[in-house]
Design a binder for this molecule. Structure first.
Ligand code: NAP
Length: 475
């Protein structure tokens, strides 16, 4: 990639690139930048920042713990991280001037201007860090939880470790028909033996083992045909012990998959749903996962905590753009539950000093170049919204990096002192006393893996900030 671009760039001066965010898109961008260095003879140095002590973003803190194969992609990120021209700086928060002032000498906060002073380019790989809202009464009642919080809780995200969801209700209702909805519904029903070999955070593992939840009801606002689940994720439900999958035969009748206009994936999904519908519920199964389509949440009710949810029954209408919309029929259905999990998609958060499109929750850009801002770039979900699988981020990051390298080649190099690379690190260490570097992360990683080994778990996660700091300090 980018050879023509690189040949034009005669300078051998190092190019310093900051990557903000250490999830998949950040790592794919870092790898593409470093490869350009190796392949094109360009001296590219990448410093990757994360506000947490740990890298890998959603791979560590979003992917469901019972999907270790998906998580194993982190081995690729490790390889990138071990390259000489790469540095990791955890516990560094990119904030605005106000945040900087409020933390005294700056404890852990750096600003965009400070990065622009020190780097030739900045790549933002910050993902979509918050939830899409339903905008219905009762949404914030205790017991109504956004998937971003629940997923963070079971994965040991330090921001969500204290969530403490009450799992004493026999039925949980999950809103949304995407893979995140499926993840949270499945995690609630996994047999103890399966859970115990995962890296589910210990606080969540104990809560799941003691949980009273026996049934998850997944509600999609459109029909089974429009559901966003992927086939692999649906298929694995049949391999889970003690679980029966329940689908109303009217919503997935025989032959529903016989439609030439369907994609292969959609056809397979419909075959699965109609298979479950024909099979009917297994009355002996300990756990039940029910799918109900054409249902939108209208109100969540309860006295001090969730007691029931009112669902509106929809019909479908196809708009002029060809997209199928759910339209409220006015009919209502009330479901008793103490736990509502809202899994209707993630949303990006605005970055200090950068433009932001509030509708899509993304930073406006042209093929990764931030609109109106030289030297600043976006990759991943903050670039294209919360869609696609992990691998999607590779192509996406390559596109951005191609433009970044072309821009570097055209721009006059910024004059830097010979010890610039070292000076940046010295500044960071002074500014961020809790800084966790690559070596520090490797110590944390080794500790976590070591603790998991005796029980056949990939790792036992650390969630406490002070513990991260203690483990990361050189001994
Ligand atoms: P998603 O795939 O976009 O699904 C969101 C779901 O929420 C859709 O069914 C959507 O319905 C529904 N929804 C949106 N607004 C709603 C509202 N107001 N009321 C009711 N329903 C509403 O998003 P996601 O599940 O958060 O997943 C994000 C991305 O990560 C996806 O690309 C997903 O495939 C990926 N992911 C992959 C895996 C895996 O590979 N194992 C696991 C987790 C996530 P409409 O379609 O009607 O809008």
């Amino acid at each position: 990639m980018g050879h023509d671009v690189l040949v034009e760039n005669h300078t051998t001066r190092p190019h310093h690139v900051a990557v903000v965010g250490s999830g998949p898109s950040g790592f794919y961008a870092a790898a593409a930048l470093l490869d350009a260095g190796t392949d094109g003879g360009l001296d590219v140095r990448v410093d990757m920042f994360d506000r947490l002590a740990t890298p890998w973003g959603l791979v560590r803190l979003g992917v469901a713990p019972d999907h270790p194969k998906i998580k194993s992609v982190s081995a690729q990120y490790d390889k990138t991280a071990r390259r000489e021209e790469f540095r990791f700086f955890g516990h560094v928060h990119l904030g605005d001037d106000e945040e900087l002032r409020s933390t005294g000498e700056g404890g852990g906060v750096i600003t965009r201007d400070e990065l622009l002073e020190r780097y030739d380019a900045i790549v933002y790989a910050v993902g979509s860090q918050t939830e899409r809202r339903l905008g219905i009464p009762g949404e914030d009642l205790p017991g109504s939880i956004a998937s971003v919080d629940f997923v963070g809780w079971y994965n040991g995200h330090p921001d969500h470790a204290a969530l403490d969801p009450r799992l004493d209700s026999e039925r949980a209702v999950v809103i949304g028909a995407g893979n995140v909805a499926l993840d949270v519904a499945r995690m609630l029903l996994l047999p103890e033996a399966d859970l115990r070999t995962t890296d589910t955070a210990d606080h969540a593992l104990h809560a799941f083992v003691a949980s009273g939840v026996r049934e998850t009801l997944i509600c999609g606002r459109r029909s089974v045909r429009e559901a966003a689940f992927t086939t692999t994720e649906l298929r694995e439900l049949d391999d889970i012990a003690d679980l029966t999958v329940v689908v109303d035969p009217e919503q997935a009748p025989p032959g529903i998959a016989d439609d030439d206009t369907l994609t292969k994936g959609a056809r397979r999904n419909l075959e699965l749903f109609s298979g479950w519908a024909q099979r009917g519920p297994d009355p002996d199964a300990k756990h039940r996962m029910e799918f109900r389509f054409l249902r939108s949440p209208v109100e969540i009710r309860g006295d001090g905590r969730v007691e029931e949810i009112v669902l509106g029954i929809n019909r479908l209408e196809t708009g002029e753009d060809g997209r199928t919309r759910a339209v409220d029929t006015g009919e209502r259905e009330t479901v008793t539950t103490g736990l509502v999990l809202r899994a209707v998609g993630y949303r990006g958060v605005a970055l200090p000093g950068l433009p932001f499109d509030d509708d899509s929750g993304t930073v406006p850009h042209t093929e990764g170049r931030v609109e109106g801002h030289d030297r600043e770039y976006v990759v991943g979900w903050i670039k294209r919204g919360p869609t696609g699988i992990i691998g999607t981020n590779k192509k996406d990051a390559n596109e951005t990096v191609r433009h970044l390298l072309a821009d570097l080649a055209e721009r006059a190099p910024i004059e830097r002192a010979d010890d610039h690379h070292e000076a940046v690190e010295a500044w960071l260490r002074e500014r961020c006393p809790d800084l966790v570097d690559q070596e520090g992360w490797e110590a944390i990683d080794a500790h976590e893996r070591g603790r998991g080994e005796p029980d056949g778990r990939p790792r036992v996660k650390v969630v406490d900030r002070d513990h991260f700091i203690e483990l990361s300090r050189p001994r």
